[in-house]
Design a protein around this ligand. Structure first.
Ligand code: UFG
Length: 321
């Protein structure tokens, strides 16, 4: 079976591409390389350089495919507040174009990369898929709009699963080398705290949150566990059905606990400095992952130290190149 991976040159898409190939799938990648990296795409994948907004590129990329993993999107909460139009265009119009071209090509299997940002500030922890969806950023709003679009599309036969990611971290050692986060600028906690120095300590965004140690709590999931769930989702698609499923670990770590875990892996202190709260951050995000267990027979296998270690090794491998 050939799978189209949109956004396959990005962090999560490149790991999906490599893991699909290693499990015997054929893969076509569609990516405009606006934030992704051409050299992250496994050599065995067919590569189409183009945007999800281009009808011709999407149609070409879909040739010979039976299913789609749709990762291509703008995905920074902060940037979405500054450039909402860009987010609506790429995320919503891009997906509309993809769905139209899939329908034309009679391809009816879709696994979509959704996000915990669709829920907004949670009223109850852990967050189930039944929770209210009140996104607090244009990013979350666009992903929620796409989830709703997919629900409508399933009424005419699409088989779809939206996977709502919590905090994805870690790296994957593919046959060709490490695939890891290479965002520019990098805003995520784990890759940044590993670069922390005495001159430039990692900033902890607030220590006055209503949590046990005053720092924000997040639910971190290893990118390999995340892609395992995508492959299980692909195998569990049902015609005319759209399921929405959370992917996290089901537990939370405060920023201070992540720093301690990293310190343990590195065997040294990580310099930190307390900074003011970052706007848009909720205090606590933890997923209820019972639906993923029930529908996909999936459970995460890799913990926070594994995520830190893999990120660390991938950063060392890339700087020693
Ligand atoms: N943090 C710091 N210092 C930093 C970076 C982050 O203290 O330098 C804190 C943040 O305030 C937050 C936690 O570390 O409490 C995690 O922050 P990240 O930037 O790593 O991730 P986010 O929680 O902001 O967002 C991620 C994805 C979103 C997704 C969300 C879902 O980037 O796309 O997880 O939980 F919606």
């Amino acid at each position: 079976m050939r799978v189209l991976v949109t956004g396959g040159a990005g962090y999560i898409g490149s790991v999906a591409t490599a893991m699909l190939l290693e499990r015997g799938f054929d893969v076509t990648v569609l990516d405009d390389c606006s934030t992704g990296h051409r050299d992250a795409v496994a050599g065995a994948a067919k590569f189409v350089e183009g945007s999800v907004l281009s009808t011709d590129s999407v149609a070409l990329a879909l040739t010979g495919c039976s299913a789609v993993f749709h990762f291509a999107a703008k995905s920074l909460v902060g940037e979405s507040v500054e450039k909402p139009d860009l987010y609506f265009d790429v995320n919503v119009n891009g997906t509309r174009n993809l769905l139209d071209q899939m329908s034309k090509a009679k391809i009816s299997k879709l696994v979509f990369s959704s996000t915990a940002a669709t829920y907004g500030e949670p009223e109850v922890i852990p967050i189930t898929e039944e929770a209210n969806t009140k996104p607090t950023s244009p990013y979350g709003t666009t992903k929620l709009a796409v989830d709703k679009m997919i629900t409508e599309e399933a009424k005419s036969g699409l088989a779809a699963i939206s996977l709502r990611y919590f905090n994805v971290a870690g790296a994957y050692k593919s046959k060709a080398g490490w695939l890891a986060e290479r965002h520019n600028p990098e805003t995520h906690l784990i890759p940044n705290l590993l670069r922390s120095t005495r001159d430039k300590p990692i900033k902890i965004f607030g220590n006055d949150w209503p949590t046990k140690d005053g720092t924000c709590i997040r639910d971190y999931i290893h990118v390999v566990d995340l892609i395992d769930a995508h492959i299980l989702a692909l195998e569990n698609l049902a015609s005319g059905q759209h399921k929405i499923i959370n992917l996290g670990s089901g537990g939370g770590y405060s920023v201070t606990e992540v720093v301690s875990a990293a310190s343990k892996v590195l065997g040294r202190d990580i310099p930190t400095e307390i900074a003011s709260r970052r706007s848009g951050d909720p205090a606590v995000l933890i997923a209820d992952i019972s639906l993923a267990a029930q529908c996909l027979n999936w459970a995460p296998k890799r913990g926070i130290e594994n995520m830190v270690r893999d990120t660390w090794e991938s950063q060392n491998a890339s700087t020693s190149k």
